[in-house]
Design a protein around this ligand. Structure first.
Ligand SMILES: [Zn+2]
Ligand SMILES: [Zn+2]
Length: 407
């Protein structure tokens, strides 16, 4: 797609080239500028498939206000699709409309607002879908992935600093998870960004924002898997595949991969799973038999109740069950409480892989560079942003792990 970013001088009411802007006025009247660029917008949720026909996302020209205090203008270099994007499109999870989705991406800092000191133009950044205010009780206690103002801003379709910077002819457009990365550019809070090396490929950098933290983090941080332990990953999408890589990093001895799709099971084996188990009512019994009593830690990463049941059942007595997949919010789960007590299993929800992005992303990047964390294997497709509906359809048909969109 042709690059269409222009800066519009509101005082003159006409487009101004970046060169002129840099030379004469940009630094003086920055706050008076809006930035125009292409973005994929969702106005109405739909479950109608194929998405290549119903085209829920439309590529439009959108305007963003210049970054305010503690905000940053980013040029998106790579954005990838995550299964939770589907829940935005179908309305299974309710977001304010209209909205620009996209929560897994990397980009280059173009411009910083006042008060931003740790980032400069030219820096490569990973976009993180949960901003961390650094001041709320969750942030102060180290659980930054639970940041309360960050969550409240996300739910409102706003930035951490309040409100939206996106609009079309005066109509307010909402941010998705403080990012809205299915676009050529984004204005985000500096607290949604982690700086990474400039030489990291943008498509690799993008994966750290969701797939890596959620998947590998669920095993290493939430599940606290130790060397020699056995693990089951139930559901092999991009996040489940990342969880397999995380289990390898943690030194798990046996890694059971469970999925209904045989191709995905083959992928799981190529990523380092030791055993492929077809999903179904017998899956847990097979794992219990093959692991002599169940695994130390099972991760549910399919987002359906049956997968959670398999994960719970195949966990050994005293073991850990990690609940990672985002099920339909109306899903309830009943449990035999007496058996739960006597089996002494623990169940832990895993949001953002219990990661502290500023600490964990640089660690994962180092492990990638050392060749110990081959996340490039998660990328199955690459395409321009204009093909976003095709990518959605492929994701809905479970025919992709990670698909990279290039603006
Ligand atoms: Zn995601
Ligand atoms: Zn906070």
């Amino acid at each position: 797609m042709e690059k269409t970013t222009t800066y519009v001088n509101l005082a003159l009411s006409k487009p101004t080239t970046e060169a002129i802007l840099d030379k004469y006025v940009r630094h003086l009247t920055k706050v008076n500028f809006v930035i125009e660029f292409k973005a994929a917008i969702l106005r109405n949720c739909t479950t109608e498939r194929p998405f290549t026909d119903s085209t829920p996302l439309e590529i439009v020209t959108i305007e963003a206000a210049a970054p305010l205090e503690h905000e940053v203008l980013i040029r998106i270099n790579a954005a990838s699709l995550c299964r939770s994007d589907l829940s935005v499109i179908t309305g299974v999870r309710a977001w304010p409309m209209p909205i620009v989705p996209g929560h897994e991406a990397s980009g280059t800092v173009e411009e910083v607002g006042s008060g931003v000191t740790r980032l400069s133009p030219g820096d490569q950044v990973v976009l993180v879908y949960q901003p961390q205010c650094g001041e709320c009780p969750c942030c102060v206690s180290g659980n930054v992935y639970l940041c309360e103002p960050g969550l409240a801003a996300n739910r409102a379709g706003a930035l951490l600093g309040g409100g939206s910077r996106l609009s079309i002819n005066g109509e307010k457009i909402h941010h998705h998870m403080g990012l809205s990365a299915f676009a050529e550019m984004a204005v985000v809070s500096e607290h949604s960004l982690v700086k990474v090396d400039k030489d990291l490929k943008p498509e690799i950098a993008a994966l750290f924002g969701c797939a890596v933290m959620c998947g590998a983090g669920s095993v290493i941080n939430t599940g606290n898997v130790k060397a020699g332990e056995s693990v089951a990953i139930v559901g092999i999408g991009g996040v489940g595949a990342s969880a397999i890589l995380g289990a390898r990093l943690a030194g798990a001895s046996r890694i059971f991969a469970v999925d209904i799709d045989r191709d995905k099971l083959q992928t799981a084996l190529s990523l380092g799973a030791t055993d492929a188990i077809e999903a179904g009512p017998d899956a847990a019994a097979r794992i219990i038999e093959d692991s002599a009593g169940g695994v130390d830690c099972a991760v549910e990463s399919a987002g359906i109740q049956e997968a959670f049941q398999t994960a719970y059942d195949c966990t050994k007595r005293g073991g850990r069950v990690v609940n990672l997949g985002l099920v339909n919010p109306s899903t309830l789960y009943s449990i035999d409480l007496a058996a739960h007590v006597t089996s002494a299993k623990s169940i832990t929800g895993s949001y953002m892989g219990s990661c502290n992005p500023q600490i964990d992303i640089p660690r994962f990047v180092e492990l990638f560079k050392e060749g110990r964390f081959p996340i490039e294997q998660l990328i199955t497709h690459r395409m321009p942003l204009s093909d976003v509906n095709l990518a959605l359809e492929r994701m809905a048909a479970s025919k992709a792990l990670r698909q990279i969109l290039s603006p």
